[in-house]
Design a protein around this ligand. Structure first.
Ligand SMILES: Cc1cc2nc3c(=O)[nH]c(=O)nc-3n(C[C@H](O)[C@H](O)[C@H](O)COP(=O)(O)O)c2cc1C
Length: 156
């Protein structure tokens, strides 16, 4: 299984989560880890799973991430399993509706991606981090959940 993990990270914490997810996914095949500014259309060819993550900025996707989705060809992920995550503050349930992961999940679906798991949030203590204790391990567990779901659908 060929996996692509794409992340944007301003202070490094989303990158740490992305690395942990990538490690968790390596048991079933090669995993490429790319920063979103390095992402080219060709990186999305011949992938079996795309995981994308970003911090939440102003209850939305960071501005640096948005142009990617204007640039990529429509339906480029047709039928490809996708999963989205973000890093955010712990928020009230009302504010938690506005996470980068939820926006990413919508964007990935518009590209034709097939959602494997619900969008997931990993928590930071403050604007520049750190991640709460245990979040790196939780990210690895989330990767296993993705593989379990794929396996259940006969995709692995
Ligand atoms: C400009 C800016 C706006 C932010 N807005 C939010 C927000 O609306 N909700 C939230 O939970 N965190 C917000 N944060 C905190 C980020 O989520 C936090 O910086 C991020 O999780 C750290 O990830 P990184 O180290 O990968 O950049 C904001 C941070 C910045 C810099």
């Amino acid at each position: 299984m060929n996996t692509l993990v794409v992340y944007f990270s301003k202070f490094g914490h989303t990158r740490m989560v992305a690395e942990s997810i990538a490690e968790g996914l390596e048991s079933v095949g090669p995993v490429r880890l790319l920063s979103s500014d390095q992402l080219a259309d060709t990186d999305l060819e011949d992938v079996d799973l795309v995981v994308m993550g970003s911090p939440t900025h102003r209850m939305n996707l960071p501005e640096a991430v948005r142009p990617i989705f204007e640039r990529l060809p429509k339906r480029i992920l047709r039928g490809v399993p996708v999963a989205a995550f973000d890093t955010s503050y712990k928020m009230s349930s009302i504010l938690a509706r506005f996470t980068a992961a939820k926006k990413l999940a919508q964007k990935l679906r518009k590209l034709g991606g097939k959602r494997v798991v619900p969008p997931e949030t990993f928590y930071v203590e403050g604007r520049e981090g750190p991640l709460y204790e245990g979040e790196i391990e939780r990210a690895r567990d989330w990767a296993r959940t993705i593989l379990d779901r794929l396996d259940g659908k006969g995709n692995k």
